[in-house]
Design a protein around this ligand. Structure first.
Ligand SMILES: *Cc1c(COP(=O)(O)O)cnc(C)c1O
Length: 411
């Protein structure tokens, strides 16, 4: 007899451990051993948090702003967020429609817990940010994938979305600009998605965490802006981690209709209470203070983006789409599958990543972690020097790969 009383949650057991852990651990070990590993695996800005934001946090501590706040966030921060959504995206939200959480990831967790019932389906563009499927499953929902292709700059085709809709479809996640692909959606793509969502009465979960990091003079539009009806269907997710180099501070937020916000606030009040009071205080400074550092970081990302894409495209066999937002490039490694290095065959993105790390000492993330095995993801949240040296190593590695079967498999 199995001891049912001590069996663990089936939901939690259904969650996959992070596929990137193994590679990250290996890179870490190599660095600890004194090896000069160049890292393109980072999922966060390499910049320090701007000084005015740090100073605000120190002031908060000194004035004793160190107690519980309202669970959904301080009035001051919710007002600052509402103001910023109006200024940047022309979206009208009242402070009570904003729920401040421990990072955008927590806002997404709250969202799925609030809207999903068992077996509800959520549409996710693939390659996807790796937490989406697990967050959906944790709420009892089922991830359903819509494949996107490099040929289309990783934007979904409306007919591909439409095809995956069933009578169980509850929501669609739109991550614009996207991680891992760096795609910024064209206005007509957003409009098509919004139309589909309205026609099938779906929630739109709009993860806009990279909304400030768009290049080529483009501005970021929220899908919520099309009409009142679309606005009502949309839950906007955003946060300060990526824009303000504040990943460790844990401030994210959701913005949606009051009815949903009310339930999210109640969920969060029991699960986590408020986000850190000090970080909330600093977040007000981030949103309302001078924005020079944000633009400086964005411009630096832009320079690195261009350099990385240029160097990648110079490698024979490599293709990549030009990312227009966030700080990632998807390097297409399809040409290298079946090739070998020192007798070891590359079957998939994980083999490629492992061999690249061992032999060229460059760390990337295998695309399989995002459901895109023809790719590896490179982050340009690292110095220009690292980009130049690292890409030269990648070029040498790719050019050293050999055709055909490895020695030990030959008769
Ligand atoms: C980093 C990231 C988040 C979460 O950021 P937080 O640090 O939790 O605010 C959410 N979505 C995407 C696509 C991300 O890359």
């Amino acid at each position: 007899m199995s001891k049912e009383t001590r069996s663990l949650s089936k939901l939690v057991l259904s969650i996959a451990p992070s596929q990137t852990l193994e590679i990250t651990a290996m890179a870490k070990q190599m660095r600890a051993d004194g090896l000069d590993v160049i890292g393109f695996a980072a999922g966060e800005p390499d910049f320090d948090t701007p000084q005015n934001i740090k100073d605000a946090a120190i002031r908060a501590i000194q004035m004793g702003f160190t107690k519980y706040t309202p669970a959904a966030g301080t009035n001051q921060l919710r007002e600052a967020v509402a103001h910023s959504l109006k200024e940047r995206h022309d979206l009208d939200y009242k402070p009570e429609q904003i729920i401040v959480s421990n990072g955008a990831k927590h806002s997404l967790f709250n969202t799925f817990q609030t809207i999903l019932n068992f077996y509800d389906e959520v549409l996710i563009m693939r390659p996807y940010w790796l937490s989406y499927p697990e967050l959906v499953k944790l709420a009892g929902g089922m991830p359903v994938y819509v494949d996107v292709y490099q040929e289309n700059n990783f934007e979904p085709r409306p007919e591909d979305i439409e095809r995956m809709i069933t009578d169980r479809t509850k929501a669609i996640i739109v991550n614009n600009p996207s991680n891992p692909c760096g795609t910024t959606y064209k206005e007509e793509t957003l409009k098509a998605i919004a139309d589909i969502a309205i026609r099938h009465d779906l929630f739109i979960i709009s993860d806009e965490i990279y909304g400030d990091l768009v290049y080529d003079g483009k501005s970021h539009n929220s899908i919520a802006h099309f009409s009142h009806n679309v606005y009502d269907h949309t839950i906007v997710i955003n946060g300060l981690s990526k824009s303000y180099a504040m990943t460790g501070w844990r401030i994210g937020y959701s913005a949606c209709i009051p009815e949903i916000a009310k339930h999210m606030a109640s969920l969060q009040s029991h699960a986590a209470s408020n986000a850190c009071s000090i970080a909330q205080y600093a977040a007000v400074e981030a949103l309302t203070g001078p924005q020079d550092d944000l633009y400086r970081m964005r411009d630096e990302f832009d320079r690195r983006r261009k350099e990385m894409v240029k160097l990648l495209r110079e490698i024979p066999g490599v293709t990549c789409a030009m990312p227009e937002g966030a700080f990632y490039v998807m390097m297409n490694i399809r040409e290298f599958k079946g090739k070998s290095f020192n007798g070891r065959v590359i079957h998939n993105s994980k083999d490629f990543t492992q061999l690249l790390l061992e032999s060229a000492m460059v760390a990337v993330v295998p695309g399989s972690a995002f459901g895109g095995d023809d790719f590896v993801r490179l982050s340009y949240a690292t110095s220009m020097d690292n980009i130049k040296t690292g890409l030269e190593r990648i070029r040498k590695f790719c050019m050293s790969l050999e055709d055909g079967k490895p020695m030990y498999m030959q008769p």
